[in-house]
Design a protein around this ligand. Sequence first.
Ligand code: CU
Length: 269
Amino acid sequence: MRRSRIRRQAIATGFALMSIVALAAGCGGSDEVSPEPVTVEGGEYAYAMPDEIEGGVVAMRFVNVGKELHEYALSRIDGEHTIDELIRDLFANEGHASYATDIGGVPLLSPGEEITLTRKLEPGNYGLLCFVPSPDGKPHLELGMKRTFTVAGESDAALPAADAVITATVDGYVVPEIEAGTRTIELRNASGKEPSWYLASAAPGVTEKDFEAWIEGGQKGPSPVTFYGAMQSFPDGESIFVTLDLEKGKTYRLSDDEGGLPPVELTPR
Ligand SMILES: [Cu+2]
């Protein structure tokens, strides 16, 4: 949960944001059976999703059904600990709890946006938390945006075929050309670190300061930056698949607020 604490701080100070992204695409396709996505709706101020989902290769479709920005910080919780114990311990121990493992979830997602993450999930108990501040400054988790769910069993679903691969290397993200449309992108971490994968877009000339001012001003009107989620940090040597709509001609920015990788831009063709 280290990242979640950092995210909370970053958002509180308004600086997580020009995290934006880029994607790539070619043509994909596979005969293997992809998992049926489990929908996780985030809104003011709760997550709606099943209490139990099947393990193995799991596709989770995260949707922001609310009016504010939301995130979906995901952790595995060992033992019988509750989500309230986890929150208490994270705040008391600089984002750490001995019984919880941060496995990465969806970072900032703008209202109306959605993204699907596909990867393997082991059986166990998991927790979702939103550290985004409400207009009055209270983190959403204090207002109810927190919940646990159970992963049980193991399906025979396979990982999806990727339309494109974005690799995080020691020097930065390597992004191929991207084709517009609904695309499944493999995010491959070969950076030796745990970078985050923020995907966002903003009108020309909009800066981090504009976003910071919007947060500090009580989030009046639409956010000057649109966030498409993508992925919080995950371990070196691993891959996670994201599926999302990429708009032709829009400039996306992929950036990292964890490992210090330089941001890259991509415009789907
Ligand atoms: Cu939230």
